[in-house]
Design a protein around this ligand. Structure first.
Ligand SMILES: NC(=O)c1ccc[n+]([C@@H]2O[C@H](COP(=O)([O-])OP(=O)(O)OC[C@H]3O[C@@H](n4cnc5c(N)ncnc54)[C@H](O)[C@@H]3O)[C@@H](O)[C@H]2O)c1
Length: 348
C-alpha cells in the first residue's frame, strides 16, 4: 500500500527553522517540504533554497492556501505561536509547534481550542522527552521503583551574552518571549514535571533582571509543591557564568535518587547504582549533561510522530495540553514574584 506523503510548510525562518526542514527531509517519502514563510523575505528565500522548497513567501495566506500542504511547523517568536497555530488550524492544517506552546494562558487555551475545533493534530516540541534514556528514567519513577517522590530540583546556570538579546528584537521582551526560564529553562522545567509526573499545585518565587538590560528575567528562583505533597526547587539563570556551568535535575524518592547533569547521570535504587549508559546517544564527548541527554534527532522524532499520529488518528507524543504544563508553572512563578504571594494552580 502506498502511504500518503505529507506536504509541509514552515512559518518563521530563523534559528530553529532548519531543524524542522531537516526533520521533514529525514522522513523520506512520508514528508515533503513544499513552502516556507517569513515576514523577512530573504530569510524565507534562503531556507527554501537550502532545503528545496518550491514556495518562499512573506504572505501567510499564500502558504496556508496551498492544498498540497498538510502540516505547518510553527517557528516564529514564542508569543506569536498561538496566532499562527490558530490560522493554520482554521486553514485545516495539522501543526507542529515549537516550544513554548505560547507565553500566556489565554493564548495557549486559544491554540488548543482552535485545533480541537478544526479537528487537526497539534504536536509540540520538547526534544528531551524523545530521549530513550529519559523515557526509561520516567518509567522507573512512574512504576514506583524510586518509591514515593519526596522532592525534586532544577538548576540551570547558562550564559547568554548581552549581544544574544540583540540578535532579534523579540528576545527578552515580556510580550513575545519573557526571559531565561520561559525560553531556555522551559526544556528543563518540562523534563522535571514530566519525570515527576505529579501536577504542581502551589508555587512561590522571585524573578529579576540582574545582569542584562531586558524586560524579562535573566535570573529566577522558585519553590514548588506537587499534588502528592512532594516539594520542589527551581533556580535558573542565563547571566551567571561566561562559560555556563553544569545544571542539573534531581528527583529524590523514598527508595532512590536520580540526578541528571554533571559528569554522568546518577541513578540509585535501593542503594544500588543503576547503569543506563547504554541508552545515552553518543555525542563525541565524555561529559554528559542534562542537555546532552536530549535525543540528538529530537525534531526528526517529533515530525515522524506527527505523521504517524495523523495516519493512526491518535494524539501526538506531546499534545498541547501536555506541552502547556511547564508554561503554566512558569507563569505561576512570575505571578508569585509579581504579587509577592503564593500562587495556587488549578488541580486537574
Ligand atoms: N526546540 C528548541 O530547542 C528551540 C531552539 C531555538 C528556538 N526554539 C523556539 O523557536 C521559536 C523561534 O526561535 P528562533 O530562535 O528561531 O527565533 P528567530 O528570531 O531566529 O526566528 C523567528 C523568525 O520568525 C519570523 N517571524 C516573526 N513574525 C513572523 C510572522 N508573523 N510570520 C512569519 N514569520 C515571522 C522572524 O522574521 C524570524 O525570521 C521560539 O519560540 C523559540 O523558543 C526552540
Amino acid at each position: 500500500m502506498t502511504r500518503k506523503t505529507y506536504g509541509w510548510g514552515i512559518v518563521g525562518c530563523g534559528v530553529i527553522a532548519p531543524n524542522h526542514a531537516k526533520s521533514v527531509l529525514a522522513n523520506g517519502e512520508r514528508a515533503q517540504l513544499i513552502g516556507v514563510c517569513d515576514v523577512i523575505g530573504e530569510r524565507a528565500e534562503k531556507l527554501a533554497e537550502q532545503f528545496g522548497a518550491e514556495l518562499a513567501t512573506t504572505n501567510l495566506d499564500e502558504l496556508l492556501g496551498r492544498e498540497d500542504i498538510d502540516v505547518i511547523s510553527v517557528c516564529v517568536p514564542s508569543g506569536l505561536h498561538s496566532e499562527i497555530i490558530q490560522r493554520a488550524a482554521q486553514a485545516g492544517k495539522h501543526v507542529l509547534s515549537e516550544k513554548p506552546l505560547d507565553i500566556t494562558r489565554q493564548k495557549m487555551d486559544a491554540a488548543i481550542e482552535a485545533t480541537r475545533q478544526a479537528g487537526v493534530k497539534l504536536g509540540c516540541v520538547f526534544q528531551r522527552r524523545t530521549s530513550v534514556f529519559n523515557q526509561e528514567v520516567r518509567r522507573m519513577i512512574h512504576e514506583g521503583e524510586l518509591g514515593r517522590v519526596l522532592y525534586a530540583d532544577l538548576s540551570g546556570k547558562e550564559y547568554r551574552a548581552p549581544e544574544y538579546y540583540l540578535t532579534a528584537d523579540w528576545r527578552g521582551t515580556i510580550a513575545l518571549d519573557r526571559g531565561c526560564l520561559m525560553n531556555q529553562g522551559v526544556h528543563a522545567m518540562d523534563l522535571l514535571l514530566w519525570l515527576v509526573g505529579q501536577p504542581v499545585v502551589e508555587v512561590a518565587g522571585f524573578w529579576d533582571h540582574l545582569a542584562r538590560d531586558i524586560e524579562a528575567e535573566d535570573t529566577i528562583v522558585g519553590s514548588l509543591r506537587f499534588a502528592n505533597g512532594a516539594l520542589g526547587q527551581v533556580l535558573f539563570a542565563t547571566s551567571s557564568s561566561r562559560k555556563g556551568l553544569p545544571g542539573h535535575i534531581g528527583i529524590h524518592g523514598t527508595e532512590g535518587n536520580v540526578i541528571l547533569g554533571g559528569a554522568q547521570p546518577l541513578i540509585e535504587r535501593n542503594g544500588q547504582d543503576v547503569d543506563l549508559s547504554h541508552l545515552i546517544a553518543p555525542r563525541g564527548t565524555d561529559a554528559v549533561t542534562a542537555d546532552q541527554l536530549a535525543a540528538p534527532q529530537g525534531h526528526d522524532f517529533h515530525a515522524r510522530d506527527l505523521i504517524e499520529a495523523i495516519d493512526e488518528d491518535r494524539d501526538p507524543f506531546i499534545t498541547g495540553e501536555s506541552a502547556r504544563t511547564a508554561v503554566d508553572v512558569i507563569l505561576a512563578l512570575y505571578e508569585a514574584s509579581d504579587t509577592r504571594s503564593v500562587v495556587k494552580l488549578p488541580t486537574p
